[in-house]
Design a protein around this ligand. Structure first.
Ligand code: SAM
Length: 293
């Protein structure tokens, strides 16, 4: 196997020129050109020769080379067909990489993991296309793909939202959804000059380690997430009003107020003050009225 070579900016430029590659903004293409950041990602992802890794958006294969050296097997899903001949070239020295030319949101991940890894948990590692960060991450969690951890580069502000708790201005539906499924850990902040072309926003590497089982027990997951979304839909409204305005819940305001008060909260409380555990209790109480919801 050849060593990783692309992390060096000069080699990236050479490849881009050789293939006269033009960046497509609509695909969120910002390629990593910093070997220290690449090393940090690989280290945080904690990959061993037992692991199958899914990479989303390999670009010209920079991180893919690092992953192939650390893992048993790498599956990389890339939407841009213009990158496929480049990947065949830059990854030609490796025999443990499969490239799939497809939109990652259209790939049946459960089937892929079942077929390629006999259903054993995989590790996801990526420098994500920022325009679809949330659907990718929530899709992986909700589709019950067997995933052990997700170590990804995301927009810095989004990493902050995933990690935030009650009382923090960034706390919201994404924080609760991510924390229901996983333990977030911010690995590093990454400035725009580590990418080509430079993104207009700051970036951060975040590792999400999947819980073996969610930290709270809920009687109906869908109801929990409907409640969370309704609570944050109108940030300046009270929790009772947010829930009352949701078309997913059909409970009279008096019952909503009663349920909220039974948590030991005042009627004027806002959703952003509730912990995941409190949302779970709220959702289990509302579930008692399932026959009239
Ligand atoms: N991994 C490379 C690196 O670090 O240099 C490239 C990262 S770049 C931020 C995002 C990559 O995701 C691009 O290669 C882009 O073409 C690809 N991409 C964008 N949308 C995608 C989608 N829906 N499915 C699969 N890949 C996608």
């Amino acid at each position: 196997m050849s060593g990783s070579t692309l992390g060096n900016p000069q080699n990236t430029i050479e490849i881009l020129q050789k293939y006269q590659f033009t960046f497509q903004k609509k695909f969120g293409q910002n390629f990593l050109i910093d070997t220290h950041v690449l090393d940090k990602i690989i280290h945080a992802a904690d990959i061993t020769k037992e692991d199958m890794v899914l990479e989303i958006g390999p670009g010209i294969g920079t991180m893919t080379q690092y992953l192939a050296e650390a893992a048993r097997k790498v599956i990389a899903v890339e939407i841009d067909k213009n990158l496929i001949p480049i990947l065949s070239d830059t990854l030609s020295g490796y025999d443990n990489i499969t490239i799939i030319n497809e939109d990652v949101l259209r790939v049946d991940m459960r089937k892929l993991v079942e077929e390629e890894n006999e259903g054993r948990p995989i590790k996801v590692v990526a420098n994500l296309p920022y325009y679809i960060t949330t659907p990718i991450i929530m899709g992986l969690f909700e589709s019950q793909v067997s995933v052990e951890s997700i170590t990804v580069m995301v927009q810095k502000e989004v990493a902050g939202r995933m990690k935030a708790g009650p009382g923090n201005k960034d706390y919201g539906a994404l924080s609760l959804a991510v924390q229901y499924y996983a333990e977030p850990y911010i690995v590093a902040n990454v400035p725009p000059n580590c990418f080509m072309p430079r993104p207009r926003v700051g970036s951060a590497v975040i590792r999400l380690t999947r819980h073996e089982k969610p930290p709270v027990e809920v009687r109906n997951e869908k109801l929990l997430f409907d409640i969370i979304r309704a609570s944050f839909n109108q940030r300046r409204k009270t929790l009772a009003n947010g829930l009352n305005n949701s078309d997913k819940l059909n409970l009279p305001k008096e019952i909503l107020t009663e349920v909220i008060e039974s948590l030991g909260k005042g009627a004027g409380v806002r959703g952003e003050a509730l912990t995941l555990e409190e949302f779970a209790r709220l959702s289990n109480k509302i579930w008692e009225y399932a026959d009239i919801l």
